[in-house]
Design a protein around this ligand. Structure first.
Ligand SMILES: C[S@@+](CC[C@H](N)C(=O)[O-])C[C@H]1O[C@@H](n2cnc3c(N)ncnc32)[C@H](O)[C@@H]1O
Length: 301
């Protein structure tokens, strides 16, 4: 299939060939990204707003929430107040829901969030205050996990979609394991490198200093280190319909989050190939286009 691509910035037009196969479309996208200038990373504000739009467009977040709640509820707490650490907590769009759910079933507990994004941390604290939960003591630390200096043990440590961003995932995992109280659990919700994440990886790998850890890499690491764990998959779907509406702010936010970069700046060919691949991996659901959005849940004891 061929199509004319107009580049309004360069005031030019080109005829480009698009592969009909998913694999071909991915290879063409990868090549186009590698040949284009590296696009800017998202600002803290843009990351926060696009992350929320993305999560609200997906069925995955509610499935993750239920899984985390069940895993934390099943923790046998012998020492009184439960202590939870959330690493890469973001704006609390997931965590505040989790805290509310736990607050209605658990007694008093302490919840500590860590994230370097000041915009997200501010929002987490403000939204938490609105919940009015007297039995929860919240601390949100605006810093990276690498800089985190805490010695008190935690009953549960959870990392939801955060490990990809760490400088040295193996080193950080060791640090977090050392922070577990006896009998504690480290829960890692992490994406496999499939469908949507293959698209994300094309862009991420363009500005990441190292290969990105997806589920397989994490699993291989745990096996190699002889660390005991369980894992299971959650099957979500994300609605990407509006990515295909020219100039739609919602669609732009989704694309920015998926690519972790400012798509307004993208080269015209990169953008066209990105949308072509996205359509290839979508399924039609009535008037909507949906893409598989799986996550793997690892529990390290
Ligand atoms: C995709 S968001 C996930 C947010 C939250 N866990 C959720 O699921 O809603 C990833 C978060 O990891 C944070 N992050 C990036 N690098 C980090 C680091 N070195 N240490 C801790 N968090 C980090 C980002 O700021 C971002 O808020």
């Amino acid at each position: 299939m061929t199509r004319v691509i107009r580049d309004f910035k360069k005031r030019s037009a080109r005829v480009i060939k698009f592969s009909d196969s998913v694999e071909g479309a991915l290879n063409e996208l990868r090549a186009a990204v590698q040949n284009a200038p590296v696009s800017s990373r998202l600002s803290d504000e843009r990351f926060d707003v696009t992350h929320e739009t993305f999560e609200r467009s997906s069925s995955q977040q509610q499935l993750v929430l239920q899984t985390l709640k069940d895993l934390i509820d099943s923790h046998e707490d012998s020492s009184g107040s439960l202590r939870v650490l959330s690493v890469g907590c973001g704006s609390g769009i997931l965590d505040n829901q989790l805290i509310s759910a736990l607050a209605s079933s658990a007694g008093t507990f302490e919840y500590t969030g860590v994230d370097p994004n000041p915009v997200a941390c501010h929002r987490f604290r403000e939204d938490f205050k609105k919940l009015g939960l007297p039995n929860v003591k919240l601390k949100v630390k605006t810093e990276t996990v690498e800089a985190l200096n805490i010695n008190e043990p935690f009953d549960v440590i959870q990392l939801t979609h955060a490990l990809y961003y760490f400088k040295d995932p193996a080193d950080t995992l060791e640090k977090l394991r050392r922070l577990l109280a006896p009998g504690g659990k480290l829960i890692i919700v992490h994406a496999p490198n499939e469908c949507l994440n293959q698209l994300s990886e094309c862009f991420w790998s363009h500005h990441a200093e190292q290969g990105i850890w997806f589920s397989k890499c994490l699993e291989e690491h745990l096996v190699k280190q002889d660390i005991e764990f369980t894992s299971h998959r959650i099957h979500g779907e994300v609605d990407v319909t509006r990515c295909f509406e020219e100039g739609c702010p919602h669609g732009e936010k989704l694309l920015d989050f998926i690519t972790q970069s400012d798509c307004q700046e993208s080269d015209a060919e990169v953008r066209a190939r990105c949308l072509h691949f996205l359509k290839k991996i979508s399924r039609v659901d009535g008037e909507s286009l949906k893409v598989e959005h799986p996550a793997d849940v690892f529990v390290v004891m």
